[in-house]
Unconditional design. Structure first.
Length: 438
């Protein structure tokens, strides 16, 4: 089999004004849908980050991809993820950054490789009639659990002008409105664990928000909190101590502060106080190169993988093994996305035994009307995405919807994610990302 055509579709999807320590989401999130066509007419698809630089990175590989055998990806593109430097030294770059995911130049090659890998796996799966999870070792679960991903937000449902969407969750800037958001999301999707994107309001309000969730929803829902490094070491320790009960069980404290050294210090002080809440991360550890320093420091106890930037599904499986060997847990990170990415996340999670935490997903924040999967939205039932026997990722494209996504991209002024700029435009003209803020 040979790849004879490669098509990229830059799209924009409505995104509500949700907040994080990075700032504010723009009215549209950018994604790219990729199609690889084989010489026998089968089409493999994938979804990745959007914007001009992601598309340019993919475009630069066109001559290597056209004519290539999708079964031999490691041979023709492996230098992007595990090659050697011109010096002969094996690459083990660290990619830790404070930029928003998808805009980190240090993981540009692993992002690009991942996109091509998943499209090749979908193509192979659709050619041989097998689901992707069964091509990468076989599933260990038929249902992949996801968690409710709560965000503080301003009023608005995303999109702009006549393309503005209805606001499903309203304004959420208090503990009570956050509880309402949680209940709404759990009612709609049946999630059985909850993550709060924190680092937005004063830590006392965020602590209170977690206490309200715990009190009102009960121990049945493991809780996680992630301020994306907005707190100092002292504040992180204080929050860890005050939320020891709320984050117990399957919960964790994710990226409370910046740097591996900072995280290690938080670990040490929580241990001293007898609090064993795991510290999780998708900021301090974002590549294999971060692990040699992180592991002896005991900076991170749960790594959040993400095939989109770790270099694809097989790299996530390698990461799982490393985590297992060194006694770390594995969870999954997410960014604004549609159903093709959701299915890819579900397939890799299904085939990764050590991925035992419910995965993050931004899926509830995307609008049904923007979905590019044929047949509409991928169902999340009882908090889970079902893995069926459909070949490949189990989804096909709706080309009318894809064309609408492309038109939206062409019409909208956004070409990269810049939450700090959005924050200055819509909330506070003087706003800057300050780490630590508290
Ligand atoms: O969507 O604003 C967001 C999140 O802050 C996202 O960009 C993060 O990467 O979900 C992410 C996380 O867990 O850090
Ligand atoms: Mg995180």
């Amino acid at each position: 089999m040979k790849i004879v055509e490669m098509r990229f579709h830059p799209i924009a999807i409505a995104d509500p004004p949700i907040r994080s320590s990075y700032g504010l989401h723009a009215p549209y999130a950018l994604r790219t849908i990729i199609e690889l066509v084989s010489d026998d007419g089968v089409i493999g698809i994938t979804e990745t980050y959007g914007g001009d630089s992601q598309v340019a990175g993919l475009e630069a590989l066109r001559s290597q991809i056209i004519g290539a055998d999708p079964y031999r990806l490691t041979g023709f593109l492996s230098s992007l993820v595990e090659g050697v430097k011109p010096s002969g030294e094996v690459r083990n770059d660290r990619s830790q950054t404070f930029l928003v995911p998808g805009e980190n130049p240090l993981d540009a090659t692993t992002r690009t490789f991942a996109a091509i890998e998943v499209a090749c796996l979908d193509l192979i799966g659709k050619s041989v009639g097998k689901p992707v999870c069964d091509l990468i070792g076989g599933r260990v679960r038929n249902e992949v659990p996801f968690s409710a991903y709560l965000f503080y937000k301003h009023p608005g449902g995303g999109g702009e002008g006549t393309d503005a969407r209805s606001d499903e969750y309203g304004e959420v800037l208090t503990p009570d409105s956050l509880l309402r958001e949680a209940k709404q999301m759990i009612d709609a999707y049946g999630f059985e664990s909850i993550k709060l994107k924190a680092g937005v309001l004063h830590p006392d309000i965020e602590i209170e928000s977690m206490k309200v969730l715990y009190r009102e929803l009960g121990v049945k829902y493991p809780l996680r909190i992630d301020p994306n490094c907005a707190w100092s070491v002292d504040t992180s320790v204080r929050v860890g101590l005050e939320l020891a009960k709320e984050l117990s069980g399957e919960g964790y404290l994710e990226d409370p502060c910046a740097s591996l050294e900072g995280m290690a210090e938080v670990r040490r002080r929580l241990d001293e106080a007898g609090v064993n809440t795991p510290l999780a991360s998708n900021v301090a550890v974002t590549s294999f190169g971060d692990l040699p320093k992180s592991i002896p420091l005991r900076a991170v106890q749960v790594v959040l993988c993400d095939h989109h930037y770790w270099g694809g599904m097989r790299q996530v499986q390698h990461l799982a093994k490393v985590c297992q060997v060194f006694g770390m847990g594995l969870s999954m990170h997410s960014n604004s996305h549609l159903g093709v990415s959701l299915m890819a996340m579900a397939h890799v999670a299904a085939a990764t035994p050590h991925l035992t935490y419910a995965c993050d997903t931004h899926y509830p924040w995307s609008a049904t009307s923007d979905e590019v999967c044929a047949g509409g939205r991928v169902p999340i039932t009882n908090g889970c995405v079902k893995i069926t026997d459909k070949p490949g990722l189990g989804v096909e494209l709706d080309y009318d919807q894809l064309a609408r996504g492309r038109e939206r991209y062409a019409r909208c002024p956004y070409r990269k994610r810049d939450d700090e700029l959005e924050m200055r435009k819509h909330v506070d003209p003087t706003w800057k990302r300050i780490l630590p803020r508290w």
